[in-house]
Design a protein around this ligand. Structure first.
Ligand code: IMP
Length: 175
């Protein structure tokens, strides 16, 4: 068990489980995008570790870009979604794969999908390490999912609680 600020967390998904599953996702994505040279859009901050590990399991050429869209505070989605920040590439006519750490209510994803559609992308798919199907109310189901998890708060492997816990190698669940 670990403690972050006022909350206790228990180990939930191990280092090895994450690595093994990401390898499988990498193969699926490589197959899907063979010869397509997609632009991978990593959504900061949460997905930086997932992105770094995932792209090293992909064996077809890809480009990677990092964006930011903050919509989450502490333990609950606020519902407020801001605009996409940091997109430098021209995405018109491109195959886009959005990389998320977690899809919870789907609010962030819905906003991203709309924004990228407006920019004239050719195709848009979504890969997320974690998915909370019971919490998702918006957007479509992600195309590539690492782990489906219950509607409980998690930290580690890039995910934070109040800015802390991103450095943890495993994923922990709120006790
Ligand atoms: P959504 O818009 O509700 O789908 O939330 C998406 C964002 O909320 C994610 O990119 C995370 O940054 C954050 N988030 C959602 N659930 C959790 C969680 O269990 N732990 C840490 N962050 C979370």
């Amino acid at each position: 068990m670990i403690k972050i600020l006022d909350k206790e967390f228990i180990p939930y998904i191990s280092d090895k489980q994450i690595r093994d599953r990401i390898k499988e996702m990498g193969s699926e994505i490589s197959k899907e995008y063979a010869d397509k040279k997609p632009l991978l859009i990593s959504v900061l901050n949460g997905s930086f570790i997932f992105t770094a590990d995932l792209i090293r399991t992909i064996d077809t050429p890809v480009e990677v870009s990092f964006i930011r869209v903050a919509s989450y505070q502490a333990l609950q989605t606020t519902g407020k979604v801001r605009e996409i920040l940091g997109l430098k590439e021209n995405v018109f006519g491109r195959d886009i794969l959005i990389l998320e750490d977690i899809v919870d209510t789907g609010t962030t994803l819905e906003h991203l999908l709309e924004a990228f559609k407006d920019l004239g992308t050719k195709t848009i798919k979504v890969a997320t390490l974690l998915h909370k199907p019971d919490a998702q109310q918006k957007a479509e189901k992600p195309d590539f999912v690492g782990f489906e998890i219950p509607n409980k708060f998690v930290v580690g492997y890039g995910l934070d609680y109040e800015g802390l816990g991103r450095e943890l190698k495993e994923i922990y669940q709120l006790r």
